[in-house]
Design a protein around this ligand. Structure first.
Ligand SMILES: [Fe+2]
Length: 278
């Protein structure tokens, strides 16, 4: 079996103060509890967890305190980047031990996990719903990717750098995606660009590499590809992403599985004690 490393990704937690529902309807705290339970029960255990933004909802200190209590049972090491519902300052205080690249401003991080570099980019724009990578972040990304070209890199940011087809979300995606694409094209060690924000799974190619959107543990943005309805959400099967890197010649290969959150029947054997298919 090839050597592997399993990086779980969850996104868009939207934690409210205790007892408060998102949009008057969604218990995001309960949704995160179920997500943490599924992550903890998953075998083989992931090696690391990335939370790709919108950890809080408003945001407030009370929400980040609530988030930390909900994450406390988690058995995995974790790192987080802000989304448009987060506050850089409140997140800096909530995760004081995080190896942030800058002492102020964007909360970028490079995390070395075995043979992989996890590069976490802060695409949030304070006070705005859309995403943008600021000049220091782009410069830091260029330098970081140039530093060890032989190591595979997984990029994480909140805002998708592509049009997903849902009109009211697309106007909030990453504004300067062309600048991100230009950097990625110069660095073949980037294996995947993993995002969130849309609360539903999607996949495309971006700058020559796979680019994913991770679903949320709570509500899903309505899949309205033709502007048929007002901005809406649905309660669908929640899930997270598991990006598994397999050692191979060169930079290896990343495979992304979508894992449903909850308890399900099984596993049941295909084969009986005699080795024959049941
Ligand atoms: Fe978002």
């Amino acid at each position: 079996m090839p050597k592997q490393l399993r990086i779980a990704q969850i996104s868009d937690l939207h934690i409210k103060p205790p007892g408060k529902l998102a949009y008057g309807r969604v218990d995001t705290a309960k949704a995160l509890e179920r997500c943490v339970a599924t992550l903890n029960a998953f075998e083989p255990a992931p090696d690391f967890l990335v939370i790709s933004g919108d950890l809080a909802d408003t945001p407030t200190v009370e929400e980040y305190d609530h988030l930390k209590r909900l994450l406390a049972p988690l058995k995995l090491p974790v790192a987080a980047i802000p989304g448009n519902h987060d506050s850089r300052e409140l997140m800096r205080n909530a995760f004081p031990d995080a190896p942030h690249a800058f002492a102020s401003g964007a909360l970028n991080q490079k995390i070395e996990k075995g043979p992989l570099d996890l590069v976490l980019l802060d695409s949030s724009v304070p006070g705005k719903p859309h995403g943008e990578l600021d000049a220091p972040t782009l410069e830091w990304l260029s330098e970081t990717l140039a530093s060890s070209p032989e190591r595979p890199a997984l990029l994480f940011l909140h805002h998708p750098p592509f049009i997903a087809g849902i009109w009211h979300m697309d106007r909030q995606n990453l504004r300067n995606a062309n600048k991100l694409a230009a950097i990625i094209r110069r660095h073949p060690r980037v294996q995947i660009v993993a995002t969130g924000h849309i609360h539903r799974a999607a996949l495309t190619m971006f700058a020559g590499v796979p680019c994913t959107i991770c679903p949320a543990p709570n509500h899903a943005v309505d899949l309205d590809l033709a502007q048929l309805r007002a901005p809406s959400f649905r309660i669908e099967q929640p899930a997270f992403h598991l990006h598994t890197w397999f050692e191979d010649d060169g930079l290896g290969q990343v495979v992304t599985h979508q894992v449903p959150i909850g308890k399900f029947d099984g596993p049941h054997p295909f084969f009986g004690p005699d080795g024959k298919l049941l």
